[in-house]
Write a protein that binds this ligand. Structure first.
Ligand code: HGY
Ligand code: MN
Ligand code: MN
Length: 402
């Protein structure tokens, strides 16, 4: 009887939570010592549940099922955002371990740097499907301290290791369990979300060149303040985007850096990390066109020039209908009436794996919707229900039943 051992699953989750612990969350930036400790922990766990564990040249930790197929692939990421939650990513990796422990013919993977600590993002899932070139690895730098990716890989002991490539023909499909990172399930009083589609994140850098100068001696008429140009452009984006965005589009400025960053110096340079998201390629293209128009208008009107740099443009993904049917059947069997279909406002490794095989995602509620924050949490009861539905849904999908 294929059934999740929810107690062992919760034990694994709480054990992993101790690695890189930060307040009630974790701080495990990609390739940091604590991240590499968690990858070694995962390899030991994979062997414990009978998988053949390995780590590759970009940090993907892969557990290969030793038996006959047809196989499933399951997983997520194990690094975290800085000082963030204990479940984002880890839940899907430990859930995949639980699938293997339950006896499902599943390969388990922790894809490296889903959280985009290095420019480009989704390094592991793009690498494993053959969409990460050596040249991009040469170019990529850490978004926080500028460390070249090659240097980080060397320091992590990964330099020169071959990179794993999956053969899609080995798999019937991919399953990723994840926390919702929003409030929809909690507000609806539901325990399970069957994901219908995953947004794409289009990441931009705006570089604004002004003139560093004295904050008092330079009159308002003659100064070229890069900071003011940045905030006026961001305000124009926020005023204009609602005219053409999608129902669930989002746009976020995660960081504004002003140089030299002193109170009595007019900032001569501003760097803005700006992203927008949607599940529709048409909407994404419309927002890109809108952004380009607004930058052009700013350059016509402002004394400071803005350069728009595309950092990453992911592809939105629709989840596979047969896997969704199997997950719905499992949810109705185990949590009758306590589930819903829903989109993902977050990006996930599943959107890349969906390029080469049928892919699905399962959400559990986030308390207060909080995520990308150390206070992120989900009740053990909801976590246990999630893994039970995940294992039952995967079993049904393999059996060809709903
Ligand atoms: O930002 C995201 O959507 C993902 O959690 N990295
Ligand atoms: Mn995640
Ligand atoms: Mn995340």
């Amino acid at each position: 009887m294929i059934k999740a051992d929810s107690q062992a699953f919760l034990r694994d989750l709480h054990e992993l939570r101790k690695i890189g612990a930060f307040r009630t969350g974790v701080h495990r930036p990609t390739y940091s010592p604590q991240d590499m400790e968690s990858r070694r922990w995962l390899m030991r766990k994979m062997e414990e549940v009978g998988l053949e564990a390995s780590i590759d040249g970009i940090g993907n930790v892969f557990g290969r099922h030793r038996g006959e197929g047809p196989h499933l692939l399951a997983g997520s990421h194990i690094e975290s955002q800085n000082e963030a939650g204990w479940l984002d990513g880890a839940l899907g990796v430990v859930g995949a371990l639980a699938m293997a422990r339950a006896g499902l013919p599943v390969d388990v993977c922790a894809f490296a740097d889903e959280e985009g600590h290095f420019e480009g993002g989704f390094l592991g899932s793009r690498s494993i499907i053959g969409e990460l070139s050596e040249e991009e690895i040469d170019r990529s730098r850490n978004r926080t301290d500028g460390t070249p990716l090659r240097e980080a890989l060397k320091a992590a002991g990964l330099e020169g290791l071959p990179r794993t490539r999956i053969d899609p023909a080995r798999y019937k499909g991919f399953f990723e369990m994840h926390i919702e990172q929003g409030t929809q399930l909690e507000q609806a009083g539901l325990q399970i979300g069957v994901v219908t589609g995953i947004v794409a994140i289009w990441q931009w850098r705006l570089v604004i060149e002004g003139q560093q100068d004295h904050a008092g001696g330079t009159t308002m008429a003659e100064r070229r303040d890069a900071g003011l140009t940045a905030v006026r452009l961001l305000a124009a984006i926020d005023a204009e985007f609602p005219r053409f965005c999608g129902e669930r589009s989002t746009w976020t400025t995660g960081r504004i850096t002003l140089e030299p960053g002193a109170p009595s110096i007019i900032p001569g340079r501003a760097e803005v990390l700006f992203q927008f998201r949607d599940v529709s390629m048409d909407k994404l293209r419309e927002m890109e066109a809108g952004l380009r128009r607004l930058v052009q208008e700013s350059n016509r009107r402002e004394r400071c020039r803005t350069e728009l740099v595309a950092v990453a443009q992911a592809t939105p993904a629709l989840c596979d209908p047969a896997t969704m049917r199997a997950l719905r059947g499992a949810a109705e069997a185990l949590a009758p009436g306590n589930w819903q279909d829903m989109p993902s406002g977050a990006g996930h490794d599943a959107q890349y794996i969906a390029k080469v095989m049928p892919a699905s995602m399962l959400f559990v509620p986030s308390i207060g919707g909080i995520s990308h924050h150390w206070a992120e949490n989900t009740s053990d009861e909801d976590l246990a229900m999630g893994v039970s539905v995940l294992v039952e849904g995967a079993r049904r999908y393999l059996a060809g039943s709903n």
